[in-house]
Design a binder for this molecule. Structure first.
Ligand code: CUA
Length: 312
């Protein structure tokens, strides 16, 4: 609810205006009708004891042209007004759906995480960085089933449908972290298919992008022992660590994982304890996810953890 009432883009401000208008009109109508019902219950109640077979039928009233006109014209006027206001808001918030030109960012839903790709090929997962005060044309796609991309403070909802593209304006009026979630039931972990939109000043965003596009420093020490284990223990079969790798249908990119604040589709903080839980018992970390359990010794777990923490 909080998010819904704190719009942070011109698009969501427009949505909120329509919502507030409908709410106020509906509340006024409710109060008028409820007051009329209450007044009638009290004013016109039978004052005789019940049951009273001798009670005459109350006076029946038929036809009042003025009232008929009133309660036909007024609702039509209200509905027409709301229709016009709603269509104007819809036209205002909708991004062009089929105009040429490449999108500023491509966001793909997977069971159960989000990934975002930038025009330079850089890939990130569930922490989606954008420059604040810039309106990005975002293309929403799906890698498997139907999802729905929704950052309530920033943009309208958009379904992610396999084989189809939908476009939204993605914009934040000020730097900040804005929560988002999948809004279409998509399987066991639908409710834990979170993401965050991290809006930064242009300078900070550019700096983030430079870092994100560059390879992580070569692992040393324990991390260097973990790097080959990441391959031999099959982690690399599903997870890439390259910043501009093609997306995988199997598992999210772990490129620069150490710079992520969250883990596992945005559901947990990126702490050594939580990474260890993912390594040793992925189904306990996020029940139903597609990561199989891999038997690891304590030393192997520590080495892979060190390697993942070295992915800065
Ligand atoms: Cu993805 Cu619900």
């Amino acid at each position: 609810m909080h998010a819904f009432f704190s719009p942070h883009s011109a698009q969501t401000q427009s949505i909120q205006s329509v919502f507030s208008l409908v709410l106020i009109i509906a509340a006024v109508i409710f109060l008028i009708v409820a007051a009329g019902v209450c007044y009638s219950i009290v004013r016109f109640r039978s004052r005789r004891p019940i049951p009273d077979a001798a009670a005459p039928e109350p006076r029946q009233i038929f036809g009042s042209r003025n009232l008929e006109i009133l309660w036909t014209v007024v609702p039509i006027a209200i509905v027409t007004g709301l229709f016009v206001v709603t269509v104007r808001a819809m036209v205002f918030i909708d991004a062009p759906q089929d105009s040429p030109g490449s999108p500023d960012i491509v966001i793909t839903g997977h069971q159960w995480w989000w990934e975002a790709r930038y025009p330079n090929g850089v890939l990130t997962t569930w922490d989606i960085h954008i420059p604040a005060s810039h309106r990005l044309r975002a293309r929403i796609e799906s890698g498997d089933v139907i999802h729905d991309f929704w950052a309530p403070e920033l943009a309208r909802k958009m379904d992610a449908i396999p084989g189809r593209w939908g476009y939204i304006w993605l914009e934040a009026d000020s730097p900040g972290i804005y929560a988002g979630t999948c809004s279409e039931f998509c399987g066991a972990e639908h409710a834990w298919m979170r993401f965050r939109v991290i809006a930064q000043s242009q300078l900070d965003f550019d700096a983030w992008m430079v870092q994100q596009a560059a390879p992580s420093p070569a692992p040393t020490g324990l991390a260097a022992e973990g790097a080959p284990l990441f391959q031999t223990k099959k982690c690399a079969d599903c997870h890439t660590v390259a910043a501009t790798a093609p997306s995988s249908e199997k598992g999210p990119s772990l490129a620069h994982l150490a710079r992520h604040e969250t883990l596992g589709g945005g559901i947990a903080l990126n702490t050594p304890a939580n990474v260890t839980l993912w390594l040793t018992d992925p189904q306990a970390a996020k029940p139903g996810n597609r990561m199989p359990s891999t038997p690891l010794s304590t030393d192997e777990t520590r080495a892979i953890l060190a390697y993942l923490e070295s992915l800065k």
